[in-house]
Design a protein around this ligand. Structure first.
Ligand SMILES: Cc1cc2nc3c(=O)[nH]c(=O)nc-3n(C[C@H](O)[C@H](O)[C@H](O)COP(=O)(O)O)c2cc1C
Length: 164
């Protein structure tokens, strides 16, 4: 398993997956890492829905109108938030933890936008979320069948010492 620094350095968004299933134990560990993320005032405003069924995964892209790759994922996690002071920030921290935990396990993942996209309420409802929960993100997961190269701004470009 990769350590945190290795996982952060090697992670890239993966949208093409092999047909290999992911053990339930690994799915649980990935979500367990998400629920340990920091939150404003320790609100922990989230719930997570793990979607593993092929039919259910296939229902997601038509609701979004994009992200067809979700249908071919081994599983997806819907990140939902109740009302909270920093609900979006909290849930984005949890979502990043999902991505890094997946990478540490050798899985690929793709973060798909939730709120404020117009489809977010319908997706949350379709998966049985109570009305007071907002869909913040959808993350698809699977063993990677691609190794994309993504251009990143360099450290020298983004790091300013002492002042901008
Ligand atoms: C808030 C957020 C929303 C995103 N939404 C989508 C999406 O709807 N569809 C998609 O294919 N990728 C989505 N992505 C993935 C980005 O396209 C990807 O992170 C970006 O191109 C940088 O690539 P990297 O993740 O490999 O560094 C999203 C990422 C973030 C952080």
């Amino acid at each position: 398993m990769k350590n945190a620094i290795e996982a952060l350095q090697s992670r890239r968004t993966i949208r093409t997956y092999t047909a290999q299933p992911v053990e339930r134990r690994i799915i649980e560990e990935i979500v367990d890492c998400a629920r340990l993320a920091p939150t404003a005032m320790n609100d922990q405003p989230w719930d997570f829905i793990a979607v593993t069924g092929k039919e259910a995964l296939g229902r997601i892209p038509p609701m979004l109108g994009h992200a067809e790759f979700v249908a071919n994922a081994a599983f997806a996690v819907l990140v939902l938030s109740r009302e909270a002071t920093c609900a979006v920030e909290d849930c984005c921290a949890a979502t990043e933890n999902l991505l890094i935990a997946a990478e540490a396990h050798g899985l690929g993942a793709c973060w798909v936008a939730g709120a404020p996209q117009p489809y977010a309420p319908a997706v949350a409802k379709a998966f049985g979320a109570p009305q007071d929960r907002k869909l913040i993100a959808i993350v698809s997961f699977g063993y990677p069948a691609e190794a994309p190269v993504v251009e990143k701004r360099t450290l020298a470009d983004v790091l300013h010492w002492e002042k901008f």
